[in-house]
Design a protein around this ligand. Structure first.
Ligand code: LIP
Length: 270
């Protein structure tokens, strides 16, 4: 299927994200923990996640007819075929933040063609700001071009990370890496939204974001933003061709080797 021009597509994706985001913003502070279900340990979901996802599925189905859907809440069923065009959607990234009244939440939508992300948007709901990108077209924030940090060392930089709902066997390694970053950088932040973390790397706010255990929908759009803003995304072993986003290292090229060395060295204690 021939896709429409990248900038037009990214703009229409942003419109869909903004529509869902406005619905979510209206529910902020009204839909709270007591309204949530626990899908698994600490993994919460509410009516708002599901309704926002359904809004996106309806809107995006008409935008690119026939594309498949890989969505966090599976309101349109489970994806069976990854080839061709697939929407990758997290309707409310930062669900726990939302339910606890923490205003760090985003809508994340990416379109993949044969597993390559061609366009996407991370919509910062509470800031009403859309971060958009399309393959080869750069990364943008409301019409302004984005560029990753130009800092050549992490020593003056800000580092972001996140933690999964279930502590994995990587936790001691993550703690060792965090200890290094706490001592040797400007500081560490944990926002609770991978999509926003990646958008802020693309915008040059964060110098590095890394996380060990995510879902493809958390990171698909944000990885495109970082790469189109001149940054690097890899798995935690340094593979820059990695595209599933279930683990992530995102930063500027200037600090990539430094960051990767810290995460590698953290594999062994002492
Ligand atoms: C969240 C991620 C975050 C991670 C959380 C959670 P959700 O996604 O965006 O980076 O640390 O554990 O996975 O579940 O709020 O869509």
């Amino acid at each position: 299927m021939e896709l429409m021009e990248g900038q037009q597509l990214a703009g229409l994706i942003a419109e869909a994200c903004r529509e869902a985001g406005q619905f979510i913003r209206n529910e902020f502070g009204r839909t709270v923990l007591v309204h949530a279900e626990e899908k698994s340990h600490n993994s919460l979901v509410s009516r708002v996640d599901r309704e926002a996802e359904q809004m996106l599925v309806v809107r995006l189905s008409s935008l690119v007819p026939g594309a498949g859907f890989l969505t966090e809440e599976e309101t349109s069923g489970r994806l069976t075929e990854r080839h061709g065009l697939v929407w990758v959607i997290d309707p409310l990234d930062g669900t726990t933040n939302f339910l606890y009244g923490i205003p760090a939440i985003a809508v994340s939508v990416a379109l993949k063609q044969d597993d390559i992300t061609v366009a996407g948007c991370v919509y910062d709901i509470m800031q009403d700001k859309a971060y958009t990108a399309w393959r080869g077209g750069g990364a943008w924030l409301e019409g302004h071009r984005l560029e990753v940090s130009r800092r050549t060392s992490l020593s003056g930089g800000l580092v972001a990370t996140g933690f999964p709902y279930e502590a994995g066997d990587f936790l001691p390694r993550q703690m060792r890496a965090l200890e290094y970053f706490i001592v040797h950088t400007r500081g560490v932040r944990r926002l609770g939204s991978a999509a926003l973390d990646l958008a802020y790397v693309a915008a040059g706010n964060f110098d590095l974001y890394f996380e060990f255990s995510l879902s493809e929908w958390d990171t698909a759009a944000g990885m495109l933003l970082v790469r189109e803003a001149g940054g690097v995304c890899s798995d935690l072993g340094g593979d820059k061709t990695y595209n599933r986003g279930e683990e992530i290292l995102a930063c500027s090229p200037q600090v990539f080797e430094e960051a990767l060395a810290v995460i590698r060295n953290a594999e062994t204690p002492g």
